[in-house]
Design a protein around this ligand. Sequence first.
Ligand SMILES: [Zn+2]
Length: 389
Amino acid sequence: MLRKIALGAAILIGLGAVAGLAIAPGLVEDDLNRVIPHAPYPVSAEAQVLHRGLGIVDLHADTLMWDRDILNRSRRGHVDVPRLREGRVSIQVFSVVTKVPARLNYDRNTGDEDQISLLVKAQLWPTRTWSSLVERALYQSEKLYAAAAAEPDQIRVITSAAALAQGLEAKAGNPDLVLALLAIEGAHALEGKAENLERLYAAGFRMIGISHFFDNEMGGSLHGIDKGGLTDFGRAMVKRMEEMGIIVDLAHASPAVVDDVLAMATRPLVVSHTGVRGVCGSPRNLSDERMQAIAAKGGLIGIGYWKGAICDITPAGVAKALRAAIDLVGLEHVALGSDFDGATEVSFDTSELAALVEAMLAQGFTEEEIDRVMGANAREFLLVNLPAR
Ligand SMILES: [Zn+2]
């Protein structure tokens, strides 16, 4: 999600400064991807040992949107390779944002004004990205592949179940390796063209969220104006995504889209980053019944760490949200979906995930529950649902 604070204003300040100062995009990110200042979280020896044995999977981070080299540890934002390593993250889904309305809110947004246009110019992205949403997605995938090519022992892009299995095997000899999967936040990146789905698949994208903050060519957003169901184009694309082995993500989808996808889907679905209403009655969260219907089809619910999803963003609050999700949909359907670097304010960055293990132990989670939620469920889901090769 992107907070409804004045993203536009922050970017405009960045743009104003960009003429003379290459640091301006950094100032924008400083303002948007915050970690609440805190003393180091105490982590017991038991939690440390347990954390070191985990292979954590995070279903959603928007890191590629920002002007940073993910190979270097940054003092900005929430995710980069060194911090993923420290947090024992084994698989990170990197989602790409391509268009975000002005005056962002959870209730009603048109797709008229686009803040990402300002951001791509402020960050000096190639001109092909200035007016094309598909090019913005492709450019962000190129950034990830460039990092993987520069440091293949540190980060590897995964596009199939076979490659994931190989990557996990490689990690046995090189625990520092982070596996990365590309996803899209909002199918407006297709620009209404079926051929762009093929281009995005060829570029490595394996998970697509139908909606982001506004209704698009495939269907309605939870935060759109009409909030309608799947369009004819949307149905055709869901069918094609299933044929190709692209995982359908219902985060931000309108209830009508969720119902339409549930009625036609033959493969399991994800809600990559969300909360549940049991702990947070936010308009960002789908109804309990829809969450249960998604889980009943073998789906996976990724719980985020930001206020709009879980209300209490402390490590204890995230643990409570995970417990509520387990109670609602069952242990095997719950995963992590941080929304790190999604213009979110959080209480810990990805290097500090041991604090979440500590909070879960303190709340009585078993080791098996921690292992399932923090990685095993999502790892197994990907091994089954990514294209075989
Ligand atoms: Zn989001």
